[in-house]
Design a protein around this ligand. Structure first.
Ligand code: SF4
Length: 400
């Protein structure tokens, strides 16, 4: 009789060049191995077409076996013949193949996959400019610049929102570049809409009525903070201003801000400027512990296998009534043909959401499918050789 080791079918694995992670998809428990014995044993297991590997008595103490058995993620069986373990789909179908497979399940109700829509209502407004700069890292395409003076009229905006709700009633509508009056009107006309204004700090500074409305309506909103210009507000003695000063203090202390810290539904995004480039990159670092503690790993892995979750299901609407799937797209499509364009792009996979963590270092890393999908800023930092890995931030050099 021989001993054979196998991994349970509910265990997801990812082997990098220097490490291995095992994720229990039932409870998110994650084990991380870097010792040569575990890696060598795992490689033998994966090469075996049986999903099981014969092990010696001494190998019972290899961390991969010891820890996975202790955590109900692996087991050992005695057998005279080589036993067989069935294959887990999540470990075998990845990348483009996973995408192609998922498409067949999604033919019905395709547009319900759009969960977020960003309306850029007035391209001359600083809120729109700051938002585009923030998400693209300042590398927005010419197409966006050519829309500089375009603005949606109130009636067109209302029509657009009605169209969007028809596509998916649960969609989150992020909106930038509107005044307080318009925002109030939309909130009254569409009380069930998940409306999420994105405002720059300077807009809130100038318009306290807007801030009061946001707090009273309990709308969730995002603030784009230009860290260079916040200090002056400290001179005012108003509770809403105090709130924003508090945000600034928390940002300066590099604390993660939770909603309960502030008592309002708020997300903040420090705007990316040439002056705070270095500072913002410090927010992007990750640790092994953070990735290992990530909840809902099954969903994360599945999503990252299928599609880049940062880009998945988002559309951007411009005042010239065109839309795109990404702010980095040069080509925008007509909103009037949205349904047919989207269906065609979805089924052929020809939209720019389909971006996996495909940087050279990531392809060899065990955390490839747990690390967040790359944001525009990360892509730009990598293209400029300013970042190698989220776990080891390389800051811009002096001359940059
Ligand atoms: S950024 Fe890439 S290389 Fe770094 S931990 Fe994430 S997946 Fe691995």
């Amino acid at each position: 009789m021989k001993n054979y080791f196998y991994l349970e079918p509910y265990v997801y694995y990812e082997r990098g060049k220097k490490g291995l992670i095992l994720v229990n998809l039932l409870d998110d428990k994650t084990l991380h191995y870097t010792d040569p014995d575990s890696l060598e044993l795992f490689d033998r297991l994966i090469k075996s077409n049986f999903g099981t590997v014969s092990i010696s008595k001494q190998e019972m103490n290899v961390p991969l076996i010891r820890m996975s058995v202790d955590n109900f993620m692996g087991d050992i069986v005695e057998s005279e013949t080589h036993p067989m373990q069935f294959q887990r789909e999540i470990n075998n179908v990845r990348g483009y193949n996973a995408y192609r497979r998922s498409v067949h399940y999604s033919r019905q109700n395709i547009t319900s996959y759009i969960s977020k829509c960003h309306i850029l209502a007035d391209m001359s407004h600083s809120d729109c400019k700051d938002f585009i700069n923030l998400v693209t890292g300042g590398f927005s395409p010419n197409k966006v610049h050519s829309l500089n003076d375009t603005k949606l009229s109130f009636d067109t905006l209302i029509e657009l929102i009605s169209d969007i709700i028809e596509i998916n009633p649960c969609i989150e509508v992020n909106i930038s570049g509107i005044d307080t009056y318009t925002l109030k009107k939309i909130h009254i006309m569409f009380p069930n809409l998940k409306l999420h204004p994105i405002l720059s700090y300077s807009t809130l500074e100038k318009d306290l009525e807007l801030l009061v409305f946001l707090r009273e309506s309990e709308l969730s909103f995002s603030v784009l903070i230009d860290l260079d210009s916040v200090m002056s507000l400290k001179e005012y003695d108003l509770s809403d201003v105090t709130l924003l000063c508090k945000i600034k203090e928390l940002v300066e202390e590099k604390k993660i801000i939770t909603l309960s810290d502030l008592g309002v539904n708020l997300r903040i995004y420090p705007s990316l400027t040439p002056n705070n480039f270095e500072y913002i990159t410090t927010f992007m670092s990750l640790t092994v512990e953070e990735l290992i503690k990530l909840p809902h790993k099954y969903r994360t892995i599945k999503m990252n296998n299928l599609i880049n979750s940062n880009f998945w299901g988002q559309i951007y609407l411009y005042p010239d009534l065109t839309f795109s799937y990404s702010l980095l797209n040069e080509k925008n499509c007509s909103w009037r043909d949205f349904k047919t364009t989207f269906e065609k792009d979805f089924l052929s996979g020809s939209f720019s959401w389909r971006m996996v963590r495909n940087f050279s270092q990531c392809r060899d890393c065990a955390f490839q499918r747990l690390c967040p999908s790359p944001s525009y800023i990360e892509i730009n930092l990598r293209n400029n050789q300013q970042l190698d890995c989220l776990m080891d931030i390389c800051l811009p050099s002096e001359e940059n």
